[in-house]
Design a protein around this ligand. Structure first.
Ligand code: AHR
Length: 354
């Protein structure tokens, strides 16, 4: 006999656990098809004779939660991952239902995500615009649907007013100014020309424009600084490497590397080291973000100055969402707090990044 094969008795009535092991077992009889047919017939007759018995089954209770549609622009950098994680954490803690879409660095995907949020009728839409222009149509659609829009992290240039109700993010121009002022201080007393190579971020994005213009505004007062080359690195480590190769080829003799974010700075440092150039002693490196890898490089002496760009805005965003939905007054422009960390700092006071 095959082990564990069912006997006739087993076939008519067997015991199966329908609750997790360890709890009370229930006996479920196996019924023949004919018996089942008779039973069903009896139920139908009873219903026809006496009407439906008891109350209608209750609908499941749907929690009355605020729904936030969030379009993240991509996954290009450490900063971006921190930003996405922080928004998800804050939404969960605030009890806000988050519909999160990642546009993979593509404006078209962001527009598509915003349209889908409009169709789903979310309460609020928030998005990190990859570039400044090209949002008017979709934001008109959100406005027509009566859905408030919050810009997060980056800003836009709209042709008409009133297409979004609030902005929360960084002062990118201020970050460029901070970088320029630190360079001016570090090179005070040094004779010019002081040659600067720049790795910019995503073209036509507000952080790139702000960091680019902010630096140049400071340099107007310090003509000894000369920006000898400026190349687009799209905020990505892999592109930072390509940029540094290009810089070494076209302008090998630089004093300062100004990278618009940590990822491009880290890519550039990798290439410098491959070429036998010491990031610790052969040039000065200034980067923006102050995320984990940037802070590590600062500790190791490979980066000299980090202008912070703060991605931890999830809690402030959820507060804003609550206020907008409940009709309370809310700030239209919120700039997050940001610091500057340098090689002269007491490293024990540097922030710890996850
Ligand atoms: O918009 C913020 C910028 O975008 C960060 O500096 C950069 O790392 C990110 O990709």
């Amino acid at each position: 006999m095959i082990k564990n094969a069912l006997t006739t008795k087993d076939r008519t009535e067997r015991t199966v656990p329908i609750v997790p092991p360890g709890r009370t077992k229930r006996t479920v009889p196996i019924v023949s098809p004919f018996a089942l047919f008779v039973a069903l017939l009896a139920v139908c007759l009873a219903v026809l004779t006496f009407g439906s018995c008891g109350e209608k089954a209750e609908e499941p209770v749907i929690q009355d939660r605020i729904v936030l549609g969030f379009s993240q622009l991509g996954d290009e950098s450490e900063w971006r991952s921190s930003s996405s994680n922080d928004v998800k954490r804050a939404a969960e803690e605030a009890g806000i239902q988050l519909m999160f879409e990642n546009a993979q660095q593509n404006q078209f995907n962001q527009i598509k995500a915003i349209r889908s949020f409009i169709l789903k009728g979310v309460d609020v839409i928030a998005f990190c615009p990859i570039v400044e222009e090209g949002w008017d149509n979709v934001l008109e659609e959100a406005k027509a649907a009566g859905i408030p829009v919050i810009l997060v992290d980056r800003n836009i240039k709209a042709e008409t007013e009133g297409l979004y109700c609030a902005f929360i993010g960084s002062d990118f121009h201020g970050e460029g100014v901070k970088a320029g002022r630190w360079m001016a201080k570090r090179f005070a007393g040094a004779e010019g020309p002081i040659k600067v190579a720049e790795i910019i971020g995503t073209e036509n994005s507000s952080p790139t424009i702000g960091r680019y213009e902010g630096l140049r505004e400071v340099f107007k007062n310090y003509p000894k600084f000369e920006i000898v080359i400026s190349v687009p690195g799209d905020f990505m480590r892999s592109k930072g490497k390509e940029c540094m190769e290009e810089i070494l080829e076209k302008a090998p003799d630089i004093d300062i590397l100004y990278a618009h974010n940590d990822d491009t700075a880290m890519g550039a440092i990798e290439v410098l080291e491959e070429h036998g150039i010491s990031p610790e002693s052969d040039l000065v490196i200034v980067s923006v973000d102050a995320q984990k890898s940037g802070l590590e490089a600062l500790r190791e002496g490979k980066i000299n100055c980090l202008v912070e760009c703060n991605p931890y805005i999830g809690d402030d965003l959820m507060d804003l969402v609550f206020k907008i939905v409940s009709g309370e007054p809310y700030p239209e422009m919120t700039f997050v707090e940001e610091k500057v960390y340098t090689d002269k700092d007491d490293f024990s006071t540097l922030p710890i990044r996850p």
